[in-house]
Write a protein that binds this ligand. Sequence first.
Ligand code: S3P
Length: 422
Amino acid sequence: MQIKRISRVRGEITVPGDKSISHRAVMLGALADGDTHISGFLGGADCISTIECFREMGIDIEKNGDRVTVRGKGLHGLSKPVKTLYTGNSGTTTRLLCGILAAQPFDTDITGDASICKRPMGRVTKPLALMGADIEGEYCPLHIHGRRLHGIEYNMTVASAQVKTALILAGLYAEGETVIHETEKSRDHTELMLRAMGAYVRTDGLTVRVGKTESLCAQDITVPGDISSAAFFMVLAAIMPGAEITIRNVGINPTRTGIIDVLRSMGADIKLKNRRSSGGEPAADILVCASRLKGTEIGGAMIPRLIDELPVIAVAALFADGKTVIRDAAELKVKESDRIAAITAELKKCGADITATEDGMIIRGGIPLHGASFVTRGDHRMAMSLAVLAQMADGKSEIDDAECVSVSYPSFFDSLYSLDNN
Ligand code: S3P
């Protein structure tokens, strides 16, 4: 598909609901007693995979646009699925389900698409095994034998909210306390939601403690807009001369706002307005005006706070004066694609000065760029980052697979092209 160039970036947009929170709302809603009403649910393919998996396990879920009702059956109310659970492209569905399924009184098979079958699952199956879980395979398809679990104290080896959440979910079923020490603080939506539902979950710095739980109390959940989706428009507005946009109702949980901190450190003009709480999660309207950017260094504890935004941050770096260094981000290699290789290869096609490193990349900005024929590798965040880049590169650009944006932002191109009409 050829990427249409828009001539101006002005006005207001609303981005779809947060992907991480939408997944958790369905999963925890299914395990709660009573009905969970979700509004602002992300209807992207990944979250639909989560809904389908729980339907396969006997949970009644009604979806009407962005409103979803999950008729929870309690922590022990799931039934054995008749067929293999299919998680599509969704790492969150696959890894979080491992934590729940490991503790069920039945066996399950679980698999996903070609990308999921290449993503490492040992990072969840190994610590779960220490809790007594019995999971065959380190890559999908996985065969999970339900077992009685016991609490453990576990030092995480990667900064991953998916691993942490799988252990927390298993911890709800395990005898005794489960104590998890993170390497860096990762997104904490699970902890916030579980606490709101009445579970024993304590956080102290990098340590999370969870106790065996009798029941979860269903809550109404309002999902704020996804900052990871807003990031594409934040970057576009920051780099496109004359741009000025407002992105309404975006989640600004501090474990997710690395994109704001980094863009500001590059000189971006970003304001947060109408701060409020949206279902226990902080939210605000984000105003971004174009400004001159400079290069920056990104690493350490910042990485988990913007891991999904690094492809589009690399695009921002192309339009910043000087050098941007991204380090401590080896996790990029095991996302929907190997994002270090993917970003480097695609940005080079435009004439960018970018070098891949073992755990990140080095980008020299301020070089004139030309359009190119991009390959997304089926990775939704690559497709959207490249669409942003195409707006600023001279001449025409095309991408091989625009459809893959449906994983997290089905209406992305509508939002992009709408900015021209304001
Ligand atoms: C997610 C955690 C992150 C992120 C993914 C969603 C989650 O993955 O990249 O898109 O919802 O917990 P890791 O936990 O592997 O870092």
